[in-house]
Write a protein that binds this ligand. Structure first.
Ligand SMILES: [Zn+2]
Length: 398
């Protein structure tokens, strides 16, 4: 059974590559998954150099000039020396190295180039961190970024946010229902509308319908009740909106296909992570009822189609319940194909795991459901006693 621990570059800079790898190696895991390209964040870091860590957005390596010269979108400059010596230090310990890459969540690029960010049904570009996967410049950037990370010599490129993202306002005192928020989060930029129209969808009718419904709730109409499903959405917003939402998967599937090919051409392999599991369970480990694999379409992720294109998938199993972890992994494998590599990403502590026993139960559940690996998230975010649950879990579960 394969395994890894997620690590941020700030962990390596703070504690030092050798010390962090010595610890991780002692847990008995097979590899590390390092945040090679990340988004900005401010995190509580219980054992880092600082207790509150500001994470810098960007690529934590020098971007190869041949991949980015002449392109409009370039990665922001991260800690460019953060990965120096890491590949060699992993090899010396027999650890695999995976390059975790955040693709389309990037407020630096979005602020500099608002035209490549998503545009809602009212025509507003209010999500500067959300780059639209339909925009040709964004697609070129994603492929170049994937190549750049693959060239670091990583065993895999782990793709996060390589799809549409849900609406995330910082404040809202309007009680939007799940379906209202979903409609508000759909992108109606020129490229999205053109792609939908090419697939026979009346994109303008879909946009008008979204604006009418969301505008109504903003004006005081009662919000939608119930979770987002295709049937509920059809009843609430009509067939044109559902057809528009489903057309987004063509945009994502073709982009992921290009990225997977580019990574393979550089001699590495793509691990695709869709954020649905995080949307459902990130906050408290109590995911909403629908399994992640069944609801991934909402972000434009067609797992059945991607199963033919991508060799490996990460499932964000952010849940307290071991049975739920097993159900999510099982549903994923049924969607992407039994022969695909599915990796369960587990949080060893708060808010998902309150004991070693619970973590063991979840790892066992993931394995029984067919997962080929477990990855633990994340080194710098959890206290040492929580990390110390990892060796017991690996010993008892596998
Ligand atoms: Zn768009």
């Amino acid at each position: 059974m394969d395994s890894s621990v997620y690590v941020f570059v700030e962990d390596l800079r703070g504690e030092g590559v050798e010390r962090v790898l010595d610890r991780i190696s002692a847990y008995g895991v097979r590899g590390v998954t390092v945040g090679a390209v990340h988004h900005a964040s401010r995190d509580i870091t219980p054992h880092g150099l600082s207790r509150l860590t500001i994470r810098r957005e960007g690529a934590h390596f020098p971007p190869p000039p041949d991949l980015f010269s002449g392109r409009r979108l370039k990665p922001a400059t991260g800690h460019q020396d953060a990965l120096d010596g890491l590949r060699e230090a992993c090899t010396r310990r027999g650890l695999a190295l995976h390059g975790w890459t955040v693709f389309l969540r990037n407020a630096t690029i979005g602020a500099a180039h608002p035209d490549v960010t998503v545009r809602d049904c009212f025509g507003d570009r209010g999500s500067p961190a959300d780059l639209c996967p339909a925009h040709p410049d964004v697609r070129e950037y994603a492929v170049a970024l994937a190549r750049a990370v693959a060239r670091l010599g990583v065993d895999s490129v782990v793709a996060e946010s390589l799809h549409f993202r849900p609406l995330k306002p910082e404040r809202s005192f309007v009680p939007l229902g799940p379906m209202d928020a979903y409609l508000f989060g759909l992108c109606f930029c020129d490229y999205c509308m053109r792609r939908a129209a090419d697939l026979g969808v009346d994109a303008e009718v879909a946009r008008e319908e979204c604006a009418r419904i969301v505008g109504g709730v903003l004006g005081g109409d009662p919000p939608a009740q119930g979770e987002v499903t295709r049937a509920a959405l059809t009843a609430y917003a009509g067939p044109d909106v559902v057809a528009y939402a489903r057309a987004r998967s063509e945009t994502v599937t073709t982009l992921v296909s290009e990225v997977a090919s580019a990574v393979a051409a550089e001699g590495s392999k793509l691990v695709f992570i869709d954020s649905t599991g995080a949307v459902k369970g990130y906050r408290d480990g109590l995911p909403t009822p629908g399994l992640a694999a069944h609801d991934a379409w909402q972000l434009g992720v067609d797992l059945v189609a991607l199963g033919d294109l991508v060799p490996a998938f990460g499932v964000l199993a952010y849940a307290r319940d071991a049975a739920r972890v097993a159900d999510d992994v099982g549903a994923y494998l049924r969607s992407v194909g039994k022969d695909r590599e599915v990796r369960a990403v587990l949080r060893p502590g708060y808010p998902d795991s309150d004991s070693t026993d619970r973590l063991v139960a979840k790892a066992r559940g993931a394995k029984a459901a067919g997962a080929m690996a477990v990855d633990f998230y994340a080194y710098g975010l959890v206290p040492h006693p929580v990390l110390d649950r990892i060796p017991a879990t690996l010993a008892e579960a596998f």
